[in-house]
Design a protein around this ligand. Structure first.
Ligand code: 5AD
Length: 361
């Protein structure tokens, strides 16, 4: 394996932090040629960058899993429509509002409504839901994570009060996209949705799974270059987890180390981005969250779905499904404190939705 010197690493890191263009080969070297000490050094640099931007505060979002019905059949995902082994559920508006109320009592200022692409939770239904939540909680932020819809739908959700939208692009490489998804889904449509969300003024999140089947280092570099164009306000990455009863059940999972290394690199390149310590990391490693924070993550999204729903929302095998009630929140708080950080209970918006073609605004 090729290696790079500490001096070169320092130069590359300075380049990442600058506004200068970073050539693909440099990303490639950072992702594949660092020894474990150098990787840890890069993670520390990234954590310092995050602290420079946000201090030691970690933003929190209340995650509510609104439905595990999905019309899509993504090869990696446990809630793909062809998986007949899972129990399906969809929350009612009343149940979702109840979860929001609970989350509000716990102190959350952001509700993340996440679900499969459930045709029954149609545009009209979503508009009603968003309107109802915003009427009860006008000061809170609403984040949607409900997949691909048309621009008119995105516009209506925004008008009803949605503030942010998460839609991972999963992979920018069109061929790789086809290896992860059936043919009725396309990379172009995915990217189009993201551009529309940006145009509509959403704080927009994208991201990928790290170590997904057939993914190459070049693919990851393309993902980073795409993010440099899109300028997402939020970036969510997590390890791919091989999940039973999916076409990829026998594949190798991604690793925590690869994920936190990429996370560090993204933090250095997008210093102001909101980057969560994702649940998939905790599924692989009990200390996944802490490791992500120490690599530059600055957001945690505890699950506040009703316990029933939480078990059934199995996009991947969750080793650590614990009920994130007040007790669990206290546990998260303790863990964050133990590494010298604290929970920041403010809304935690991106300072200014990025329009400029400058990723360091
Ligand atoms: N492993 C890890 N992440 C997964 N996702 C879906 N299935 C898996 C899996 N098996 C991620 C996708 C999706 C997000 C909600 O969850 O990236 O965008």
């Amino acid at each position: 394996m090729q290696t790079i010197s500490n001096e070169t690493l320092q130069q590359y890191t300075d380049l990442l932090k600058s506004n200068e263009k970073v050539m693909p080969d440099i990303y490639l070297a950072l992702l594949s040629q660092l020894n474990p000490q150098q990787q840890d050094w890069l993670r520390q640099q990234a954590a310092q960058t995050a602290v420079g931007q946000f201090g030691k505060g970690i933003y929190v979002r209340a995650l509510i899993e609104i439905s595990n019905y999905c019309k899509n059949n993504c090869y990696y995902c446990g809630i793909r429509c062809a998986n007949t082994t899972i129990q399906r559920y969809r929350l009612t508006q009343e149940q979702i509002i109840e979860a929001c109320q609970k989350a509000d009592q716990l102190g959350f200022k952001t509700f993340v409504l996440q679900g499969g692409e459930d045709p029954q939770q149609n545009d009209e239904w979503m508009v009603q839901l968003i309107t109802n939540i915003k009427t009860l909680f006008p000061q809170h932020a609403i984040t949607l994570s409900i997949g691909e819809r048309d621009k008119e739908a995105y516009r209506r959700f925004k008008q009803a009060g949605a503030d942010r939208f998460l839609l991972r692009h999963e992979t920018y490489n069109a061929k790789h996209y086809c290896q992860l998804h059936p043919h009725n889904m396309s990379r172009d449509n995915r990217i189009n949705c993201l551009r529309q969300l940006k145009e509509l003024g959403y704080q927009t999140g994208t991201g990928i799974m790290v170590g997904s089947p057939y993914q190459t280092m070049q693919d990851i570099v393309e993902d980073i270059l795409f993010m440099e164009q899109l300028l997402p306000e939020m970036i969510g990455i997590g390890p791919f987890i091989a999940t039973p009863n999916t076409p990829f059940e026998q594949q190798a999972s991604g690793t925590v180390d690869q994920t936190t290394l990429l996370l560090a690199l993204l933090r250095l390149r997008f210093p102001k981005a909101l980057i969560p310590a994702t649940t998939a990391l905790t599924a692989l490693d009990d200390h996944g969250r802490e490791k992500a924070i120490l690599s530059g993550a600055n957001v945690i999204m505890p699950n506040v779905s009703p316990p029933d729903a939480r078990e059934k929302y199995a996009i991947y095998t969750k080793k650590n499904i614990f009920s994130e009630t007040a007790d669990a929140i206290a546990d998260i708080q303790n863990r964050v404190n133990n590494i010298g950080y604290h929970i920041d209970w403010t809304r935690g918006d991106y300072p200014l939705t990025i329009k400029q073609q400058n990723n360091h605004v």
